[in-house]
Write a protein that binds this ligand. Structure first.
Ligand SMILES: Cc1ncc(COP(=O)(O)O)c(C=O)c1O
Length: 356
């Protein structure tokens, strides 16, 4: 029997994989999702307890987003009229793609790029021009400049997930300045990197810089992302495209309090950078591994033929990392999030027991 349009649509969506979440392991040493366990649990407990006191969830959070935006403005030193928010930066990226891109809009990005972004492009049949990373997991700005005139949107995560690569500030600024279409720079890991280009939105109308409290603030479960961009886009995004109440009252109030306590975030970022160096140096001791430098809160390494064995053995011991397999010529890529000192030591000891 001929399928109706609804069934055909379901079949079409079924053929798209969707974003692959990591496997759920009970009580795992969770080093698979670039979360931040270094920021003390007390930080979260304090802000959520205070947020509860300030909240009445019988009401819609009228005016809440506006107060949160004022706080983000103070934190970023960018005018409130140039700031918008979303249910995680995922939702911001999704709303931009679903409303501004079509099947003929070409998106220039890297390969690999942020997995969710790529999946969303697949969902909307948006074609990608994807510039591959070199064997050393680096990008060449010239490859992007060559393709710039063929593309409508430039999307780069800076630093990149999963490689940890970040262009020099000078190079990225040059690329943004020379691109004529819409530029989306995803700074989900910006605090762990060398710089932010958020200030460029004050002079570049075609630039949107997306940021989040999921990573550096350790608030992935709150689902709070934001962007900075020109006033007109921000106004349309917040008043036409975005839902009337995109964030819960608890998220809004907790977000305001977290931003007031940004010193805790900065301390944890410093700690993570120290541990990142330790993990990279330790992994480099294994001749069989190729370890890539990182400007984010994770490290990518190629464990070559041993990667499946390492991934499974770690999982059996309750240590969850991300199995990425082949990236270009690197065939056994694994990505490990930088956790607390204790979590990282567990990971490094397990690797030593397996290979030492
Ligand atoms: C590059 C990049 N952008 C955005 C996100 C999504 O962050 P959020 O939790 O704000 O949706 C992630 C999360 O892994 C990411 O890696």
């Amino acid at each position: 029997m001929k399928k109706n349009w609804f069934e055909e649509k379901i079949d079409m969506f079924s053929s798209i994989g969707g974003y692959q979440k990591p496997e759920f392991l009970q009580d795992a040493v969770k080093l698979d999702s670039n979360e931040n366990y270094v920021i003390p649990k007390q930080f979260q407990n304090d802000i959520i307890a205070a947020a509860r006191k300030n909240s009445d969830v019988r009401e819609y959070p009228l005016g809440g987003v506006e107060r949160l935006i004022q706080m983000i403005s103070k934190f970023t030193k960018i005018p409130a009229s140039m700031i918008g928010v979303g249910n995680g930066s995922d939702q911001i990226l999704d709303l931009i793609l679903s409303n501004f891109a079509t099947k003929t809009t070409k998106v220039l990005t890297s390969n690999p790029t942020f997995g969710f972004f790529e999946e969303r492009c697949k969902l909307y049949s948006i074609p990608l021009i994807a510039i591959p990373f070199s064997n050393e997991m680096k990008l060449d700005i010239k490859d992007f400049q060559k393709e710039s005139s063929n593309a409508d949107i430039l999307y780069l995560d800076s630093p990149n997930n999963p490689t940890g690569f970040q262009f020099s500030k000078n190079e990225l600024q040059k690329l943004v300045k020379s691109f004529n279409g819409l530029v989306i720079i995803d700074e989900a890991y910006g605090e762990f990197g060398d710089y932010s280009i958020a200030n460029m939105v004050k002079t570049h109308e075609n630039l949107i810089v997306v940021q989040t409290l999921s990573k550096s603030f350790g608030l992935a479960g709150l689902r709070l992302g934001y962007f900075v961009a020109n006033k007109k886009f921000t106004n349309v995004f917040m008043n036409v495209l975005q839902y009337p109440y995109p964030l819960s009252t608890i998220t809004i109030e907790s977000g305001i309090l977290a931003l007031q306590k940004s010193k805790s975030m900065k301390d944890s970022v410093n700690q993570i950078k120290i541990e990142r160096k330790r993990i990279i140096e330790n992994l480099k001791k294994y001749d069989d591994f190729e370890v890539f430098d990182s400007k984010a809160n994770f490290v990518l390494f190629d464990a070559k033929g041993a990667y499946k064995r390492i991934y499974s053995a770690l999982a059996e011991q309750g240590i969850s990392i991300r199995n990425l397999g082949k990236i270009g010529k690197n065939t056994g890529c694994l990505r490990v999030t930088i956790g607390t000192k204790e979590m990282n030591s567990k990971f490094l000891l397990a690797i030593r027991d397996l290979l030492g």
